[in-house]
Ligand binder design. Structure first.
Ligand SMILES: Cc1cc2nc3c(=O)[nH]c(=O)nc-3n(C[C@H](O)[C@H](O)[C@H](O)COP(=O)(O)O)c2cc1C
Length: 207
């Protein structure tokens, strides 16, 4: 059983990576495998709302990692998304990536546990955390709790390592996620199937 961790930061060994590493270590202590996707400094174009993915399940653009990630996430048992806080939100390239990974493709991610973790110097962590959780809750992905809202504070990896409570929050998240992944696997083995979704009936406030 494998958990996909996505680092949206341009810094491959920065603050967000340090937070995600603490989650990953705890998942591995609980006998789960982890795989890390580093967004780095790749340019990610925004969704152009062409809706082609509704038919194919894939994005029409193949020049960035979006489609690869759609496949990786479909195969993983759970997801952790990490982001630095930029102006009290997740960083823009990560949002561009997630918009396109999730839009009209999320049926394949339903019932996979998910969590967001964020890193900031000082403020905006809760707003960023809330924004990232929106991807999961519209996709029927159970959001895994920790013991606090999942944030660390620092401008450098070394500062994050001094955030004892932040790192404890990451370890608790790893334990809680491993427990839920195992519970879902045990439930499946015992014949407890995921609910079958109703056909979506979108109403745009105008009927
Ligand atoms: C464009 C930009 C905007 C930022 N905005 C905020 C902010 O709103 N609040 C904050 O506390 N830190 C802000 N920061 C600092 C980063 O969130 C912080 O250094 C983060 O821990 C970096 O994580 P990383 O090393 O994984 O990239 C900002 C940094 C940049 C580059």
């Amino acid at each position: 059983m494998s958990v996909l961790l996505v680092n949206g930061s341009p810094h491959p060994t920065g603050c967000t990576f340090t937070a995600l590493s603490a989650v990953a270590s705890q998942l591995e202590k609980n006998d789960l495998q982890t795989q890390l996707f580093q967004l780095g400094t790749q340019s990610i174009r925004g969704c152009i709302a062409c809706n082609k993915c509704a038919k194919t399940g894939y994005c029409i653009f193949n020049d960035d990692p979006v489609n690869e990630l759609v496949g990786t996430l479909s195969r993983a048992e759970a997801l952790v998304v990490g982001s630095p806080v930029y102006y009290a939100g997740p960083n823009a390239s990560l949002c561009a990536l997630l918009d396109r990974v999730f839009y009209r493709k999320s049926a394949g991610y339903a019932f996979k546990p998910a969590a967001a973790v964020v890193s900031c110097r000082r403020g905006g962590s809760s707003a960023s955390f809330d924004r990232l959780n929106k991807y999961f809750t519209i996709a029927r992905m159970p959001v895994v709790a920790s013991q606090y809202w999942n944030s660390v504070h620092g401008n450098t990896a070394d500062e994050v390592r001094q955030d004892k409570e932040g790192l404890q929050t990451m370890r608790a998240l790893g334990d809680n996620m491993a427990w839920l992944v195992k519970c879902i696997a045990a439930g499946k083995a015992a014949g407890i199937d995921a609910p079958v979704p109703e056909t979506w009936e979108p109403t745009n406030f105008i009927r």
